[in-house]
Write a protein that binds this ligand. Structure first.
Ligand SMILES: [Zn+2]
Length: 280
């Protein structure tokens, strides 16, 4: 599933192909994704100039010259494919096709169809149901230790669950929550309210660092994408604890210390990975 760094990479990959470009043709190849397309979807986009491609949480926001905004979510398996010209045939999972005045074809492909697209206007963006309850961007200036501490105060949920709560911090998913808790040395089962101010400060820094490192990895994969398939959405990335049950973690001898290495537990139905030796 694409997480925040993947979505950021997709936005950065799309921007040079879409910003300042007019959409001369938009095709919707089925009536719905996870939700129905908004009425007159293609008609409202056709002829518009894309002024910017930005990310908010895990949403791609394509701003248009008439004040409209296309909101896109990649869901579980969505990807954007950039091609210099129209292909001979489309894949059955190619659901939306954008053609720019430069002839570039941007195709939204989504095999599992958990993705979605909606249209709104910039003035109402903050009130959109998918965006209005989002907390601060973890890479934005608003996000800091003291701000996070205020949002966690009094919460008796495990810190893992609190970090997945999009109203506390926007866009964090299962992978980077495990990674940030590992990096800050905090056990995922601790209640949010039990963290000290120092621990929350460390955590806020760790959240930024794990995301920035992943985005940097995505940036290098982006250079490969341009040379290869033009496909945006996924990249290989080395995690410290995520999906590494039983292996040693990078920063200690936990595998050799007979603690069994990286542990996996299930919290709220989802896997959490941590090092019992390093996280307290
Ligand atoms: Zn360890």
């Amino acid at each position: 599933m694409p997480e925040l760094p993947e979505v950021e990479t997709v936005c950065r990959g799309l921007a040079p192909h879409l910003e300042g470009r007019r959409l001369v043709r938009v095709e919707q190849r089925r009536p719905n994704l996870r939700t129905p397309f908004p009425p007159r979807f293609c008609e409202r986009l056709t002829g518009r100039v894309v002024t910017s491609v930005r990310r908010r949480a895990k949403y791609i926001l394509m701003h248009l010259d008439d004040g409209g905004v296309l909101i896109a979510h990649l869901g579980m398996s969505g990807r954007m494919i950039i091609a210099p010209e129209r292909p001979d045939a489309f894949d059955k999972h190619d659901h939306v096709v954008f053609e720019t005045d430069a002839g570039t074809i941007v195709t939204f492909n989504d095999a599992r169809r958990f993705g979605l697209m909606d249209l709104t206007v910039a003035d109402a963006l903050g009130d959109h149901p998918m965006l209005r309850n989002l907390g601060p961007e973890p890479l934005g200036n608003e996000f800091s230790g003291p701000d996070l501490a205020r949002r966690l105060a009094g919460k008796i949920t495990p810190i893992k669950a609190a970090l997945l709560d999009q109203s506390i911090v926007a866009g964090l998913g299962n992978i980077y929550v495990s990674e940030a808790l590992y990096r800050s040395g905090i056990l995922p089962t601790r209640t949010a309210a039990s963290l000290t101010a120092g621990e929350v400060d460390r955590l806020a820094v760790a959240v930024r660092e794990v995301l920035e490192r992943a985005i940097a990895a995505g940036g290098s994969s982006l250079r490969d994408y341009r040379q290869a398939s033009g496909e945006l959405g996924y990249f290989q990335h080395q995690f410290a604890v995520y999906d590494r049950e039983g292996e040693g973690c990078p920063d200690c001898d936990c595998d050799r210390a007979r603690t069994g290495g990286v542990q996996r537990i299930v919290q709220s139905g989802r896997s959490t990975f941590f090092c019992a030796a390093r996280q307290r």
